[in-house]
Design a protein around this ligand. Structure first.
Ligand code: NAD
Length: 354
């Protein structure tokens, strides 16, 4: 297994592996860049098919957090943790306490938060061993579910995309297809429906689907959602959904959703541009959660968090304008903008005191 020469290594500052025989914990923490502040990112628990898959996931995700926090104007670096195992079968109090000790041993270079396979309650257990866990001084001690803020950011981003493309951000009658109505997708559907949008949803989880249906969304089959005729496609399930094959068949004018790493590779961003689809880069539009995690840590109010999340729309508008002007993909422009901030540790672009 290669580490330094792995494609996803990309100048990571720190990668720490931990094995705790007593609890069965096997975990990796990756810190990509901390020029702007301590690395913050969620702790994912997943039954990876191999150690290589776990390493690749943590490296890609922590790199993504650096870019996300930089463009969100937060004084944070990018990091992530993964626990190798099935959260339903292998998670225990002992394992979470061992994870807390591991994070504590890094001395604050990495601050953790909930993610897929971990919950706010798990963060509370981790917090028994370390202060480096999101929300310890927050309005909701030990964190809180950031997904309503992620959904709000996606909603603001959708309106910015409509404004840029059509000159109006009215959602009345606008058709939005949401792939995945879990925590984020369902909050998003609710907001859009309240504004008069025509919301179509698809999911593989029947309970989540019926919750969205009760709100007034129309249900379609999961295999149809990526090719359905709509104004906006909002991927809110999993990553790598935007393959060349999918992009060829897209019948949406805009792609704007919460899922991380939606592009199969960066090359698909140019394919979207060639097809005339306006793509809201995922790491920009889905920053609402990390923004809220930051404000929770500061013990700041939900209103402060919301005002900051609303700025996602303005950042996206700048990206759309520059991409049009430079005839580049929105993804490539967003990456360049983030790099010009974090590589120099340029704190002048932060939207909160460092
Ligand atoms: P979630 O697990 O609550 O919801 C995901 C939903 O997608 C589930 O209902 C699941 O059944 C559904 N799904 C899975 N496979 C599917 C398929 N093939 N077709 C249709 N639906 C499918 O997760 P979430 O917290 O809502 O996050 C959604 C996405 O947004 C994830 O990719 C996550 O990494 C990303 N994200 C979430 C946050 C957050 O604050 N929760 C922040 C940033 C990014």
């Amino acid at each position: 297994m290669s580490v330094f020469s792995a494609q996803s290594y990309d100048q990571h500052e720190l990668v720490a592996f931990h094995n705790d025989a007593d609890s069965g914990l096997k975990a990796i923490v990756a810190v990509h860049n901390s020029n702007l502040g301590p690395a913050v990112g969620g702790c994912r628990m997943f039954p990876y098919v191999s150690d290589e898959a776990a390493l690749d996931d943590v490296l890609r995700l922590s790199r993504g957090m650096t870019y996300k926090s930089a463009l969100a104007g937060l004084p944070l670096g990018g990091g992530k943790a993964v626990i190798l195992g099935d959260s339903h079968r292998h998670k225990s109090r002992e394992l979470l306490l061992a994870m807390g000790r591991f994070i504590d041993s890094l001395g604050g270079r990495y601050i953790t938060a909930e993610d897929s396979g971990t919950s706010v309650a798990d963060m509370k257990v981790i917090g028994e061993q370390t202060a480096f866990v999101s929300g310890v001084t927050s309005r909701q001690r030990f964190g809180g579910d950031p997904s309503p803020y992620t959904a709000y950011g996606v909603y603001c981003g959708i309106r910015a995309a409509l404004r840029f493309q059509r000159g109006s951000d009215s959602l009345k009658g606008v058709r939005v297809a949401i792939q995945g109505v879990g925590s984020v997708g369902c909050h998003l559907a609710e907001r859009l429906l309240r504004q008069g949008a025509d919301v179509i949803v698809a999911d593989v989880n029947a309970a989540n689907l019926s919750r969205a249906e009760r709100l007034g969304a129309r249900v379609i089959a999961p295999e149809d959602v990526l090719g359905v005729r709509c104004d906006i496609l909002a991927p809110c399930a999993m990553g790598a959904v935007l393959t060349d094959e999918v992009i060829d068949k897209l019948r949406a004018d805009i792609v704007a959703g919460a899922a991380n790493n939606q592009l199969q590779t960066a090359g698909q961003a140019e394919h979207l541009r060639q097809r005339g689809v306006l793509y809201a880069p995922d790491f920009v539009i889905n920053a609402g959660g990390i923004i809220d995690v930051y404000y929770q840590q500061q013990g700041a109010s939900a209103e402060k968090s919301e005002r900051h999340v609303e700025q996602i729309g303005e950042v996206l508008t700048q990206i759309f304008q520059r991409a049009e002007h430079e005839q580049r993909s929105t993804h490539s422009v967003a990456e360049s903008m983030a790099e010009s901030i974090f590589k120099q540790g340029d704190k002048s672009s932060l939207r909160v005191p460092a």
